[in-house]
Design a protein around this ligand. Structure first.
Ligand SMILES: *Cc1c(COP(=O)(O)O)cnc(C)c1O
Length: 385
């Protein structure tokens, strides 16, 4: 009997999928890693102790399936009920769950007829809002991948050239559909670092008919947060993560806050044991030591402001940041060349080839010592004859 080629066994959607490309995690001794927005400071000693204390024979048991203790603590923190909270294996898992919970997939023929932008073709996302996953461009590059995996219609709408939000009244002509089933908004924005005001987000949410997720992965480094909108609007979810601000990327813990009906729907779709036990232990211990983390936020923000001043002085064009990274256009050489020159000096930053940001580097704020090295190296690279 003829054996079928393995490729022919894979769904066409998956065959054609453009998978997400995570930032590199190279193991180069002495490398200063400023490419994936990790926190340069370790978790609090209390968190490390709690995780170590939990590593014993209990590892054979399943963890709490609903992360109930953690949800109770988070509910207290945010002034809501545990029913308003779902915990995920990182917020990435919850973003994927949102596409499976709120968005109707469409047939492959329909998807093929769309161009991924808000065109007016018969099958454009605007004609099929129930299938639309909508987001601004640029923002978190995982969103279009999640839309594709879900068999949905991605609708990428350009931000203003300076990465601010387009005025509400201008959104429809830019292709934004207030009826889209799911809108994902990175706030503060990545990769630009721009912060968005809660009043502006509130107005956008108020006009939206579908679910809006405000992805606040970097909000601890910002002036404002929009948690109140998740408790005010029944169709708004706020996404948070322990990864970046709370130094727990390795443990994979994120959560959504929102209306109990939306949370219950996501909960139906979730895997029963989606959050691993050590992650739950680590997140709970984190919430017991928030002052430790708030001190680190202040350090990182102070370093961010100092590096902004220094790079600006060296001729870089640095966007104002409300996050733990900078988007900056370097002088003299193209950004891609800077990426290589910095890497040769053991400094790893991120460069995206998308047209909106290809002239920029995204630089995670490291420790103050790491950033002194960065600035010194940048000065030396620019000074070469
Ligand atoms: C890092 C990041 C996430 C994912 O965080 P995890 O909780 O580690 O999955 C989500 N959204 C944005 C914008 C991010 O930068």
């Amino acid at each position: 009997m003829a054996v079928r080629a393995p490729r022919s066994l894979i769904r066409p959607l998956v065959q054609r999928l453009h998978a997400y490309v995570p930032g590199e995690q190279p193991k180069i001794p002495g490398l200063i890693k400023l490419n994936t927005n990790e926190n340069p400071y370790p978790p609090s000693p209390k968190v490390l102790a709690a995780v170590k204390a939990a590593v014993d024979g209990r590892l054979r048991l399943y963890p709490n399936p609903t992360a109930s203790a953690l949800r109770e603590r988070l509910a207290k923190l945010h002034g809501c009920a545990p029913e308003n909270i779902i915990v995920g294996n990182g917020s990435d898992e919850l973003l994927a769950l949102a596409t499976r919970t709120f968005v109707e997939p469409v047939a492959a023929e329909v998807r093929r007829r769309t161009d991924g932008n808000a065109s007016e073709s018969a099958s454009s996302p605007r004609r099929l809002p129930s299938a639309a996953v909508q987001f601004f461009n640029p923002s978190y590059s995982l969103y279009p991948v999640l839309a594709e995996i879900a068999g949905a219609l991605p609708n990428a709408v350009p931000l203003n050239a300076d990465f601010t939000l387009p005025a509400l009244a201008s959104l429809p002509k830019k292709g934004w559909d207030f009826k889209a089933a799911l809108s994902l908004i990175t706030t503060p924005n990545a990769p630009s670092g721009r912060g968005y005001g809660t009043a502006e987000l509130d107005a956008l949410c108020a006009k939206s008919r579908g679910v809006v997720v405000l992805d606040e992965a970097y909000v601890d480094f910002a002036r404002e947060h929009a948690m109140a909108l998740a408790l005010k609007h029944p169709h708004v979810l706020v996404s948070r993560t322990f990864s970046k601000a709370y130094s727990l990327c390795f443990q994979r813990v994120g959560y959504f806050v929102g209306h109990a009906d939306l949370i219950a729907a996501l909960d139906k779709v979730r895997d029963s044991y989606n959050v691993n036990g050590l992650g739950q232990v680590a997140a709970l211990a984190t919430l017991d030591d928030l002052p430790y983390y708030r001190r680190n936020f202040r350090r990182i923000i102070a370093t961010r402001e100092q590096v902004t001043r220094e790079l600006t002085g060296l001729g870089w064009s640095v966007l104002p940041s409300q996050t733990n990274f900078l988007l900056a256009r370097p002088p003299r050489f193209p950004a891609e060349a800077w990426l290589a020159k910095l890497r040769a000096k053991k400094l790893l930053v991120r460069w995206f080839k998308y047209p909106e940001v290809r002239d920029y580097l995204r630089i995670t704020i490291g420790s103050s010592a790491e950033m002194e090295t960065f600035v010194r190296t940048a000065r030396a690279i620019a000074a070469v004859k």
